[in-house]
Design a binder for this molecule. Structure first.
Ligand SMILES: [Zn+2]
Length: 584
């Protein structure tokens, strides 16, 4: 497709010019049109609704219709001098103030004083966008004018948050609520636009663009613009599809690669998660009500196949986990970590609860015992407030049937409990001292000290990172390392990727902190190799040595510390909950 020159954005080009062209807001436009036709307009309107639903466009159409030299049945003709001037933004009859960027009383006084002057047209229309963001004095200045409006003046107050508009202002305005558009309506509009603009896009592409609009015709047209400029659509559905396939195959590595590709391409982890949830919703609907999925036939068949392979329980579990992750992402320094943890966990339903979380629980129990006696409960204590017992993680790993290591005292031989989804209960004894029947080999009864467990896999690293380690890092390391992720491991290294070399160099400075935290968690050294991941480069496969060995620097090898001690900064941070360390 070749865009006409000069290129005008589709949103501007196809901005509605008449009431009849505003999509999905008939309940508003019909009333306005009748009021114009019958000469019943009021002095103040409040247009509320989500962004991109046509509030400002409708306000301008109202201005046009009121001042049109030859209106037809309440609609502007679009061709008279006034209509043309308003469409061009050069009319003296329409004034716009964006309260989001200019919320002061001076701007409002200026607007109000102009409202009192004579006007070349019959009506002066003042459009105040995001009116809820006006300062209190500006709101009061506006209110005064609304109380005694000049006869030829109309205010259109637009807001995404009507509850924050002064009630005294709200009560003086006729309130219209704009709604998000159904995807099908947007898709219909896009098909018309694509046809008119001669864009060569498949119906599936247009459906995808429509969903991307999330109920806003404006946003959908912006996406369509990008598609037109790029010559194709970054297929988020396909990327989401790849992750769903990974979930079906229980292949955590594949899921992480797909996520890394999306984020390396510059996509926000939240958006990736939303796309995934949208796809999962379709998979879920395919199990319930096929007709509601709203996909072309070939895609529907694929979604149904995935629904069959995943099963309803796993679909619901995945939706819950991703929904929780999305909520937690609001405060997370690195939202992608939460996404990765959620996905890896979904790929390992056998454990019911992640090994890392189980390790953490056992560690907590042990700390509680060593500090307060064996009968004490596993209640949470201030996190990281005291040094950990020696290598609880090793014993936990042994308890999980993984690597065996020596418990600190013979009396506390590990007693594996079946993995459970229940949180640790304060009423349960943390562990029984009775020998339990299990399938453990006899070596467990007489454990011999071993130097370290096997090197953690990338999945284990990713889980531990998101669940425990990242949060426990000293603030400086936390901030710097938050922007990266594990891309691979071999038997001696974990490879950690960062977005650019500056970032990597800064991370290099606190690499020892991170290695110490990892060693403490896994009970063995976990040396890190920090690499820069180029945008678009998929991470190396999970295992083994995908990186050239000649980069290894033996001087980077270091021993694991015996225990992890919280830094003074961490202590301060824990005491002042919600405080932030300002880096540098
Ligand atoms: Zn006109």
């Amino acid at each position: 497709m070749t865009p006409p020159e000069p290129w005008k954005s589709l949103y501007r080009r196809y901005r509605p010019q008449r009431f009849g062209e505003v999509r999905g807001q008939d309940h508003v436009t019909r009333t306005l049109r009748n009021e114009v036709r019958d000469g019943r307009v009021t002095h103040a309107y409040l247009f509320s609704g989500p962004r991109g639903t046509g509030k400002t466009s409708t306000a301008r159409i109202l201005a046009k219709a009121l001042n049109c030299a030859a209106p037809v049945d309440g609609e502007p003709d679009g061709t008279c001098a006034s209509c043309v001037a308003i469409a061009e933004g050069s009319s003296l009859d329409v004034h716009e103030l964006d309260a989001a960027s200019n919320n002061g009383v001076d701007a409002m006084r200026d607007l109000v004083s102009r409202a009192a002057l004579g006007t070349p047209g019959r009506w002066k229309v003042y459009i105040v966008d995001e009116v809820h963001m006006l300062s209190a004095p500006a709101s009061n200045a506006l209110l005064k004018t609304l109380e005694e409006p000049p006869g030829h003046v109309i205010f259109v107050l637009a807001t995404t948050d009507p509850q924050k508009v002064l009630p005294t202002i709200r009560s003086r305005a006729q309130h219209f609520e704009f709604r998000l558009l159904p995807t099908e309506l947007i898709a219909e509009h896009l098909r018309w636009v694509a046809d008119d603009a001669k864009l060569d896009l498949s119906p599936a592409d247009l459906d995808r663009v429509a969903r991307r609009g999330h109920g806003s015709a404006r946003d959908a047209l912006s996406v369509l613009d990008q598609v037109a400029a790029a010559g194709g659509l970054e297929d988020e559905a396909e990327a989401a599809d790849e992750v769903i396939e990974a979930l079906c195959e229980r292949d955590a590595g594949r899921a992480l690669v797909a996520i890394a590709q999306r984020t390396a391409a510059g996509l926000d982890a939240r958006q990736v998660t939303r796309d995934l949830l949208e796809r999962l919703r379709q998979v879920f609907l395919a199990t319930m009500a096929r007709s509601l999925v709203g996909l072309p036939d070939e895609e529907l068949a694929r979604v149904e196949d995935q629904a069959r392979r995943l099963g309803p329980a796993a679909i619901v579990r995945a939706m819950e986990a991703l929904g929780d992750a999305l909520v937690a992402m609001r405060d997370a320094p690195d939202p992608r970590v939460l996404l990765e943890v959620a996905l890896v966990r979904q790929c390992r339903p056998d454990a019911d609860i992640s090994p890392a979380a189980l390790l953490e629980r056992i560690e907590r129990l042990e700390r509680g015992q060593s500090g307060r006696g064996a009968t004490d409960s596993g209640q949470d204590e201030p996190p990281g407030a005291e040094p950990k017992a020696a290598r609880p993680a090793d014993r936990a790993r042994a308890a999980l049937g993984g690597v065996r290591a020596a418990p600190p005292t013979p009396a506390k031989a590990p007693d594996p409990e079946p993995p459970s989804t229940e949180p640790p209960s304060s009423t349960e004894p943390p562990s029984s001292t009775e020998p339990q029947q299990n399938n453990e080999p006899p070596s467990r009864a007489a454990p011999a000290p071993e130097p370290a467990g096997s090197f953690p896999t990338r999945d284990e690293l990713t889980l531990a990172w998101g669940d425990v380690v990242l949060a426990a890092l000293p603030q400086r390391a936390k901030v710097r390392f938050g922007g990266g992720h594990f891309v691979g491991v071999d038997d001696t290294w974990a490879t950690f990727a960062l977005p650019n070399s500056v970032h990597r160099d800064r991370c290099e400075e606190c690499r020892p902190d991170v290695e110490q935290a990892l060693a403490s968690h896994f009970g063995r050294p976990v040396p890190l190799r920090l690499v820069v991941i180029e945008p678009g480069t998929p991470p190396a496969p999970d295992h083994p040595s995908a990186q050239p060995d000649d980069e290894i620097d033996l001087s980077d090898l270091r021993d694991a510390p015996a225990a992890e001690v919280a830094s003074p900064v961490d202590h301060v941070m824990q005491i002042f909950e919600g405080a932030e360390v300002v880096e540098d």
